[in-house]
Design a binder for this molecule. Structure first.
Ligand code: NAD
Ligand code: UDP
Length: 338
């Protein structure tokens, strides 16, 4: 029995494939290479020391997906594939709804045709919107999202919930990620954004290697301990390990399950800058700029439900996250090879 991993060559997907295979699972990856390099496949293979199936295919290609389900013995899916840049989603809403929402509909339809009704979905803390107060718990009202990217996550959550109501054979796990950073300990896998990074950690690491001049801190007048935005950063390997527990869950039980994957600890932008400087020994130049539209002051999880029901807990601290991000960036200054 294999797990189909959509978007499995991307940042979170690649780390999850390594942990799945290290735990003995059979993995089949589908990725259209839109936001990753093929060399990510070679790096995963080198780390686990064995081959696995990779299909270059778009999840909106029903025929292509159908063939994969015919060829492989797939019993469950981890669904990472999607577009994820908040700013770009404001400029290109149709592309985001097509890729993320339509892509998921095509995938679900093919899964249903093949009697595969177990799925773990990459959702996001963004579904909690602007109005809930941290620590965020899974029972809070979701949907107050402020951009098309967030809306695609919220819409897909709704679609999957309706599916579970319609057919009790489905087993769906919605994982709401907080802020994944860090990289594999080996330094051979990590986050490799195209162009100017939108997210804090890849921006910091690019300043550290001299690719960017200085970080702009988006606002220092929030109601937080130092005025800069507070987030719940989680090591990507801890996040990957959460998926192993989630797959176990959907393999073992039908129904709908929702979990936050975070540490429960909030760090400000300046806390992260300091932690990175300590871990890397490199000073990070920064300037204070205006707030970024759509940002909130504070966002961190209550990760208790995942601990109680999945037995999962993030183990890696901010120091390790920074060390591993730095090892990846310094050993791969231009990211994955072409
Ligand atoms: P990523 O861009 O590194 O990985 C996504 C992968 O999906 C890429 O390899 C891309 O080529 C592939 N892909 C995109 N559209 C596809 C399609 N139509 N068909 C086939 N493959 C396709 O992103 P990531 O950071 O690894 O994120 C994975 C998932 O987790 C995404 O759904 C993202 O929205 C979600 N998520 C990410 C974060 C984060 O901060 N990284 C936070 C919350 C949720
Ligand atoms: N941030 C920043 N400068 C940057 C990128 C991000 O100050 O170049 C801040 C951002 O305002 C937020 C935090 O860093 O407070 C995390 O932002 P990121 O985009 O990484 O994740 P988000 O929580 O917005 O999804």
């Amino acid at each position: 029995m294999s797990v189909l991993v959509t978007g499995g060559l991307g940042y979170i997907g690649s780390h999850t494939c390594v942990e799945l295979m290290n735990a003995g699972a059979e993995v089949v990856v589908v990725d259209n290479l839109y936001n990753c390099k093929k060399s990510s496949y070679d790096r995963i293979k080198a780390l686990v020391g064995r081959d696995f199936k990779f299909y270059e295919c778009d999840i909106r290609d029903a025929e292509g997906l159908n063939k994969i389900f015919e060829n492989e013995d797939i019993d469950s899916v981890i669904h990472f594939a999607g577009l994820k840049a908040v700013g770009e989603s404001v400029q290109k809403p149709l592309e985001y709804f097509d890729n993320n929402v339509n892509g998921t509909l095509v995938l679900l339809d093919v899964m249903r045709k093949h009697g595969c009704k177990k799925i773990v979905f990459s959702s996001s803390a963004t579904v909690y919107g602007m109005n809930n107060v941290s620590p965020l718990t899974e029972d809070m009202q979701v949907g107050g999202v402020t951009n098309p990217y967030g809306r695609t996550k919220y819409m897909i959550e709704c679609i999957l919930q309706d599916l579970c109501v319609s057919d009790k054979e489905w087993s769906v796990c919605l994982l709401r990620y907080f802020n994944p950073i860090g990289a594999h300990k080996s330094g051979t896998m990590g986050e490799d954004p195209n162009g100017i990074p939108n997210n804090l950690m890849p921006y910091i690491t690019q300043v550290a290697i001299g690719k960017r001049e200085k970080l702009t801190v988006y606002g220092d007048d929030y109601d937080t301990h130092d005025g800069t935005g507070v987030r719940d950063y989680i090591h990507v390997v801890d996040l990957a390990l959460g998926h192993l527990k989630a797959v176990e869950k959907v393999r073992g039980e039908n129904g709908l399950f929702i979990y936050n994957l975070g540490t429960g600890i909030g760090y400000s932008v300046l806390d992260v800058v300091k932690a990175f400087e300590k871990a890397s020994g490199v000073e990070i130049s920064y300037q204070i700029g205006p707030r970024r539209a759509g940002d909130i002051a504070t966002c961190y999880s209550d990760p208790g439900k995942a601990l109680n029901e999945l037995g999962w807990k993030a183990e890696r601290d901010i120091e390790e996250m920074c060390e591993d991000s730095w090892r990846w960036q310094s050993q791969n200054p231009t990211g994955y090879p072409d």
